[in-house]
Write a protein of this length. Structure first.
Length: 375
């Protein structure tokens, strides 16, 4: 069986989110040595020419001939330029996200990470809902397998389709969790590419682009409530988002601004070091399709504070402090507890690493192969 593995995030530099998912799943499916041949395809890449050629040689990556602008436009409006027109040997298509319609007449599999633009549009202002709605309607009509990365996402999807389209798709959904890479569990003997963050210790760590969904402002306000009682800094790591001004204002207007370190985007090697050195990882997001940073922090031995809503309890289990993400007081109480209670910190570290070991990319790939075989 040959499957077109469609993901614009597969040939991207970021290494986070859907990019991480598509790359890790591809690698594990390749290692599985099954009778399935994957042919990665995308409409564009932000890699250099040399990096693209290397990736093509290693993975067999094929780009849509019409490019990043024409292809999505044509696919959103018509069934022209189907994937099989430029990869004629394929038996099926697997879209690694519900981004936009994908033209194909072949059996069609979709991974759904979340339907946030449809259910929580206030958090996704840069993603017009109609584009995902078109992709969703195509997925419904094609009657193929659907992979959801969490039960929370599966429930959201089933409820939305039932309420808006009066259709029951639950029998088509397979919930297949993401995995965490093994290298997050291990302290490297030497990693010349990573920085030292010892000068920031002790510190709490928050990761994610500045946006209302990531709840950065409440995290900062919670830290400010406990700053007089603990010696810790707050380290915020993440790329530029669309709520930077609000976060920056909250920081600059505080007398503890000098103890809040906004690092911006950090490399993966630096992120691992930050996880390992933090007194706690605070991740009270307001909405997540899965929440992989929770597992990465746990694997690295960092105690976790996260939300008691959306997919976070499903991922964290009983190995994290679960708080109401809209309560600054609850977030602050969690920070204070982990700053002052060494026994609690050690307990969560042990529980967290045990929990993270339950989520492997091998398990993810095995379950996805079962979906393929059922075609």
């Amino acid at each position: 069986m040959q499957i077109a593995y469609f993901s614009n995030q597969f040939p991207q530099k970021s290494g986070h989110g859907i990019s991480r998912y598509s790359q890790e799943l591809f690698s594990e499916l390749q290692r599985a040595r099954s009778k399935v041949t994957l042919i990665p395809t995308a409409t564009w890449s932000d890699l250099s020419t040399e990096e693209i050629e290397e990736l093509k040689s290693r993975s067999g990556l094929v780009f849509a001939p019409a490019g990043r602008r024409i292809t999505p436009l044509v696919w959103n409006l018509t069934n022209l330029l189907p994937i099989e027109s430029y990869i004629p040997t394929i038996d099926a298509v697997h879209a690694l996200s519900l981004g936009y319609r994908v033209a194909t007449k072949k059996p069609y599999i979709v991974t759904v990470h979340d339907i946030g633009p449809l259910t929580h549009p206030e958090f996704f202002k840069n993603k017009p809902p109609w584009i995902m709605r078109r992709a969703l309607e195509q997925m419904i009509s094609r009657n193929g397998p659907i992979i959801c990365v969490s039960h929370a996402t599966a429930d959201d999807l089933s409820h939305f389709v039932r309420s808006r389209y009066n259709q029951d798709i639950t029998s088509r959904i397979s919930t297949i969790h993401e995995g965490v890479r093994k290298d997050f569990f291990h302290q490297p003997e030497s990693d010349p590419g990573s920085k030292s963050f010892k000068s920031l210790a002790p510190y709490f760590l928050s990761v994610g682009k500045a946006s209302p969904r990531k709840n950065n402002v409440r995290v900062i306000k919670a830290f400010l409530k406990v700053a007089e009682e603990v010696p810790h800094n707050l380290v915020v790591a993440g790329g530029v988002g669309w709520n930077d001004s609000s976060m920056d204002h909250t920081i600059k207007s505080s007398k503890f601004a000098h103890r809040i370190k906004h690092l911006g985007f950090v490399s993966e090697s630096d992120l691992k070091q930050l996880y390992r050195g933090a007194a706690a990882f605070v991740y009270p997001s307001l909405f997540e399709g899965f929440g992989l940073p929770i597992l990465e922090a746990m694997a690295a031995g960092c105690p976790v504070i996260t939300s008691n809503i959306s997919s976070m309890p499903e991922v964290a289990g009983e190995a994290a402090l679960l708080v109401n993400p809209r309560s600054i007081e609850e977030i602050a109480d969690g920070l204070l507890l982990l700053a002052q209670d060494e026994d609690q910190r050690v307990s969560l570290k042990m529980k967290g690493q045990s929990r993270a070991k339950q989520f492997t990319w091998e398990k993810t790939a095995e379950a996805v192969l079962t979906v393929y075989s059922n075609l």
